[in-house]
Design a protein around this ligand. Structure first.
Ligand SMILES: C[S@@+](CC[C@H](N)C(=O)[O-])C[C@H]1O[C@@H](n2cnc3c(N)ncnc32)[C@H](O)[C@@H]1O
Length: 225
């Protein structure tokens, strides 16, 4: 069964969504979020909220689609890709035949089960939070692309968000790219400071060895230097 976008909106109605927080005319960015959430294990928010993290039977989001279209314009065939937040695994069904290796991450057992049911030989999905250092134990490959349309949407604190960025860049090959989209970056759970802008990503160039650019109006590339 596939759930339509209107059904999804109904499902998410109980989820508080705020506009970006503006203080004295200045937008507060994620940099004013708590330094550390205090959790050593399974960092990230909404891990137990199936209606937010189980997209195994929900239609692919428009932002995910836009990233897939942008990917097609790049040199992607025969490459290694990590798909963070596999959802319904339709990305794997469409792209895996032309990839060398496709790994995925999810925090939803239903999404992992759905991925396994497809029986795609070069596709493996790991049940681990992307903000967790255990990511490096689960994922051992080096990737040409990491696709994540919700980079900060489920972030708990600055430390774990930056830890994720550090791990992403570590598991990318030099010149490899993280692909994301403004649509997913606009979505956050509870704290509006986790709604990122393109300028927030550009600001991260000071923290990480990467170059940020626009592939389209909404799809962004974070290239490992
Ligand atoms: C809004 S769904 C998007 C699914 C798919 N990418 C799409 O756009 O159609 C969010 C996805 O992120 C995953 N997710 C949420 N928190 C996560 C975390 N801390 N680590 C890894 N994946 C997470 C969920 O399991 C789900 O697959």
């Amino acid at each position: 069964m596939t759930i339509s976008i209107p059904d999804l909106k109904h499902k998410l109605k109980r989820t508080p969504v705020y506009v970006n927080r503006v203080l004295f005319g200045v937008r507060e960015t994620y940099l004013s979020c708590p330094e550390h959430c205090g959790r050593l294990e399974s960092p990230g928010v909404a891990l137990d909220r199936d209606e937010l993290v189980d997209f195994s039977t929900i239609a692919t989001t428009p932002d995910q689609f836009r990233i897939e279209e942008a990917l097609k314009t790049l040199d992607w065939k025969g490459r290694n890709i990590l798909h963070v937040g596999v959802g319904n695994s339709q990305f794997a069904q469409a792209f895996s035949p032309d990839l060398n290796r496709l790994d995925g991450l999810t925090v939803s057992l239903n999404e992992k089960n759905r991925a396994e049911q497809l029986g795609i030989e070069n596709y493996q999905v790991h049940l681990v939070s992307k903000y967790d250092r255990d990511l490096l134990r689960s994922v051992t490959g080096k990737y040409d692309f990491i696709i994540d349309n919700n980079l900060a949407s489920f972030a708990c604190c600055k430390f774990h968000f930056h830890q994720m960025m550090d791990m992403y860049l570590w598991i990318l090959k030099p010149g490899g790219q993280i692909l994301t989209d403004q649509g997913g970056m606009d979505w956050f759970f509870e704290d509006p400071r986790w709604g990122l802008t393109y300028q927030d990503l550009v600001g991260m160039e000071k923290l990480f060895p990467m170059k940020v650019s626009k592939l389209t109006d909404t799809v962004y590339s974070l290239k490992r230097l």
